[in-house]
Design a protein around this ligand. Sequence first.
Ligand code: SF4
Length: 403
Amino acid sequence: MRITKRKKSPPPVENPIPAPTRNAIRRRLLNWYDKNKRDLPWRKRESSVYAQWVAEIMLQQTRVDTVLNYYEPFLKRFPTIASLAKAQESTVMKTWEGLGYYRRARNLHRAAKLLTENKQAVPTTVEALQQLPGIGEYTASAIASIACGEVAAAIDGNVARVISRLFAIDKDVRASAGAASVRHFARDLVSPSRPGDFNQAWMDLGSKICTPQAPSCPNCPLINQCQAFEEDRADQLPVLPKKESPKPVNLIAALFVRGEKVLMIRDMKGGWWSGLWSFPSIEKKTGHSTRRTIDDLAARYEIAIDAIPKRQATVRHQLTHRTLSFDIRVCRPTQYVTRSGDGNDAETIERKWVTGKQVEKLPVSTAHRKIWASAMRNMAQEKLVKEKRRKSLNSVSLLKERA
Ligand code: SF4
């Protein structure tokens, strides 16, 4: 249920923006929002605090277009916090599969379980929301302002960009001084009567008009209040730290195959795909041979292999700060164990031998789905080539017999 009761307003900020400017920005931004707001499922009147929470978690570091494919199916599968708390973690992860940043799903599930165990409803204040796993200041402010009417400024990258241009902030908005300036203006500006709409209006303006490149200033409702526009330097703001290019990482991914089954592992101790099923993989260190790298990987799962198979394919996958390149090898073990866990990591690494059909049903990251699809394609091709070769050998023998 959406909470309508207004929370107490925060104390006034020091050095406030002159009232005529502040009022003009609020009025113009909200008028623009009323006419131009995006029609998004989590903006429906009947959305609950829980539904808003799910939306805000999905939207962390993820584009709206991507979230649209996941939001309603997730709520259909887990319509209430109780249904989410009751679900198996693997079911939650499967529903989240492809959305990335899987720690979010695990935290959401953990928080739902915590609240249910303690017979608590979803908190409705910024302060209480921040006590839950996976909820930081931005997410708590967005949920509390949008779903509960708390007068709190939710400052994400979009909001920081617009505010830095509006007030021509010349400091790095991700460093403490620049971030403090942005926070100061955002807190002073947030509308006491419509805080949730006001926060969403910033977000929409940032994604539709005041975009990172080539902002559409002639269409902006705040053009008369914008200092960067007046000084003709909108394209120079915000000041951001120098972007580091993603680091390349070379890995070997092994499909250990015995009969119809392949080995999959699930690492629960963190990392890129914590909580999801993956194929065993290992970083290929500089100076280490392929043989040594594969032997190290096989030893980790108590597997012995004789011959090192040839590379079957290379799969690339982009993470925010890493460019991964997987060299795929299909290995046929000569010795293996079938029990779960292993000597060193029994509590953090699960493993199981599964059929192809089971691979499809497990929650698997996009990177490892690509590895699986590529391996399947190559194996099918190899089978076809072998089949052709066998047929052509048969015809040659037949011709020889007839001759
Ligand atoms: S006038 Fe231009 S730079 Fe200023 S807030 Fe609007 S879109 Fe952004």
